[in-house]
Write a protein that binds this ligand. Structure first.
Ligand code: GRF
Length: 213
């Protein structure tokens, strides 16, 4: 069974959606550890509620970014982690982690990449005036939100949307496609060829990877 390590910095609603998808049997995997950079993260309580070890690693206690991520890798490896899930981890991850877990780190981003990478993807979409936005699950490489796209979901953007209302609409889709992408990985249905992610399986399996449409 796939062993997952989750990195999160805050609220952890995506973390919760993964916990729930495992509990319901939708994903056959186990979460061996939550690592957070924020001692006040709400995600810590979620881990405790489900008997998942929560580890607080504060970057400021480490000499530099690389040293921090060497420690993160150590803690993930010693707990048997095979897939790293960034669930609202508010940092650009360091090279030691990306190198060690090549195509084994997934992130959720609240926009349709490659549009609106970085912070505040929802606000960027509103400010630009797009009519459709959404969310993206992608593999993590050394850039900011640049890795191969696994699954996306689209939502409409309305004229009277605020950052909050659009974020809420997108978040509902995040909670569907993140577990879906992890399920596909856990079932070994994902292959990466250059920039492209190929999903193995029946036509119906592939059709469900656009749940927002
Ligand atoms: C989500 O909007 C996600 O797309 C982004 O950070 C937010 C995390 O929310 N990467 P939560 O902590 O999972 O509730």
């Amino acid at each position: 069974m796939l062993t997952i390590g989750v990195l999160a910095s805050g609220r952890g609603s995506n973390f919760q959606s993964i916990i729930d998808s495992i509990a319901s049997g939708f994903i056959k995997a186990r979460i061996s550890v939550l690592i957070t950079d924020n001692p006040d993260a709400y995600a810590i309580g979620r881990a405790k509620n489900h008997n998942i070890e929560a580890l607080v690693l504060k970057p400021k206690n480490y000499e530099d970014k690389d040293t921090y991520y060497v420690q993160v890798v150590k803690d993930l490896k010693s707990r048997g982690v095979e897939l790293v899930v960034l669930a609202g981890f508010m940092r650009v991850v360091g090279r030691p982690l990306v190198k060690e877990f090549k195509n084994k780190i997934v992130n959720i981003h609240p926009a349709l990449l490659p549009s609106f990478p970085g912070l505040h993807g929802q606000k960027q979409a509103i400010d630009f005036g797009v009519k459709i936005s959404g969310c993206t699950v992608h593999f993590v490489d050394e850039g900011v939100d640049t890795g191969p796209v696994i699954v996306q979901a689209a939502v409409p953007v309305f004229g009277n949307d605020t950052e909050e209302s659009l974020s809420e609409r997108i978040l509902k889709q995040e909670h569907k496609i993140f577990p879906l992408a992890i399920k596909l990985i856990s079932e070994d249905k994902i292959r990466v060829k250059g920039r492209k992610v190929i999903i193995k399986g029946k036509k119906e399996d592939i059709a469900i990877t656009n749940p927002g449409l």
